[in-house]
Structures are given as C-alpha cells and as structure tokens.
Design a protein around this ligand. Structure first.
Ligand code: ATP
Length: 228
C-alpha cells in the first residue's frame, strides 16, 4: 500500500554530527555531510587524522580505543542499527584483504550476492576483469599479482558485491599514471550509472571526479581551546 503523503526517504548517505574519538579524546571536528546517489565526497586531511578510522566506523568494524558516534543513514536507514554484514557497503581499504587461498575469480565470486547461474556469474566476473585491464587474470592467485592489479581486483570485488554505497580508502594509489586515469574514469562512470554514493579518502586531488565536493578533515580543537 502506498502512502503518497509520506515524505520520501533520502536515497543517499547522510552524516550528522559524526565524531571520532580515541580513548575518549576527540580526533576530528564533528562531520555533517550529505552524499546523494552517484555523488562522490572526498575526505582529505593530514596523515593520522582519522580518515581510515572514519570509514571503518561507518562500515561497523572499528574497534576500541577508537569509537565513532553520531548519525549515519543510508537510504534513510540508520547504519548503527545494522550489523556490519547487513550494511551493504562496498569497502575498499588500503590493505586489499584479498583471500589468498582463492584465485581472482573466486575472490570476486565470493563477494557477489547469490542469484543467477554460475555461468552467468562467471560471465560478469570476466566482463569486469576485461574492463579493468585484467583479462586473463581470473585463475591467478592474489600472490601472483602486482600491487596495482590487486588493487583493481579489490575495487571490482566491492563493485560486484552490489553495494548501496562505496567507502574507498586510497583506491588508486598503486596504479601508474596512465592506468590510474582510465580506471578511475571507469569507476566514477560506474558509480554515476548505478546511482551509488561514495566516500573517497585520498591524498591526491587528481583522483577526484569532476565536480566532486571535498571535506578537508580538521583535527578536533584541543579541549578548552575556545575558552583561552
Ligand atoms: N588500534 C589502534 N589503537 C590505538 N590508536 C590507533 C589504532 N588504530 C589507529 N590509531 C590511531 O588513530 C589515529 C587515526 O588513524 P587513521 O588510520 O584513521 O588515520 P588516517 O587519517 O587514515 O591516516 P593515513 O592518512 O596515514 O592513512 C592515528 O593517530 C592512529 O595512530
């Protein structure tokens, strides 16, 4: 039954008063942001300020003494109310976390939701590998890949998992200049086409898609600094 007078749920990622603490001490100034479908919000800031921890907190896998508080909703649903495995976030961290005992195709199939025949699923894996310049790598083990190849496999795994948003931590850092430009253009086009919001941690402003907004994360002010 439809409710025409009910306000539509926001489809993107909404962050309100997010605060990151280390042993109770604030690391970052509070964060408020809206990331609409297909939009990329870049997060920049000095090394150690808390960029990766912020993404881990949103993914639900941050551990003490770090802690993330505040409100984060995706499609109107409070992420804090969902266990990590139900958040449907495509994650890609600096450590690619590929499973060493599975070949590349196995790593990609592992993250894909059930459905379709194995042949159809393998067809999607092959098409994605081809598009990422990794045709012919399907049966290689992660240890037989270069750093840049592993990075692309990890990003493909995130995309093939049919996420509702992507959290990307330095996703292009190991790619050479030529490959980097073409691969990231494909990634941004794919996100726009699928209407997926994304948070991108990067040190390189060239990684941002055209028109992307950026938050330069600021360290939290020292306690009592505003009373000086
Ligand atoms: N398990 C932990 N225990 C204690 N402190 C930690 C732990 N993990 C990270 N930290 C600290 O938390 C802070 C934030 O780390 P984080 O990795 O999120 O920073 P970052 O901005 O992503 O850094 P970089 O740009 O260098 O990757 C750092 O000061 C780091 O030393």
């Amino acid at each position: 039954m439809s409710h025409p007078d009910r306000a539509p749920q926001p489809r993107g990622l909404v962050l309100r008063d997010l605060r990151l603490t280390l042993s109770g001490r604030p690391l970052l100034a509070p964060i408020d942001a809206d990331v609409g479908p297909g939009e990329v919000l870049a997060l920049t800031g000095p090394s150690g300020c808390g960029k990766s921890s912020l993404l881990l907190g949103l993914a639900g896998v941050l551990s003490l003494p770090l802690r993330l508080t505040g409100l984060a909703t995706l499609g109107g649903v409070d992420l804090a109310g969902l266990p990590a495995e139900s958040r449907r976030l495509g994650l890609m961290f600096q450590d690619d976390l590929l499973l060493p005992h599975l070949d590349v195709a196995g790593n990609l199939l592992f993250g894909m939701p059930a459905g379709g025949t194995r042949r159809e699923r393998l067809g999607r894996v092959d098409a994605a590998l081809e598009r990422a310049g990794l045709g012919g790598c399907a049966s290689r083990r992660p240890e037989q890949l270069s750093g840049g190849q592993r990075q692309r496999v990890a990003l493909l795994r995130a995309l093939l998992s049919e996420p509702r948003a992507l959290l990307l931590d330095e996703p292009f850092s190991r790619l050479d200049a030529t490959l980097r430009a073409s691969f990231r253009a494909w990634v941004w086009a794919t996100l726009a086409e699928r209407g997926l919001p994304a948070l991108l941690v990067t040190h390189d402003l060239d990684d941002l898609p055209p028109g992307a907004r950026r938050i330069d994360l600021q360290s939290a002010p020292e306690e009592g600094a505003d009373h000086a």
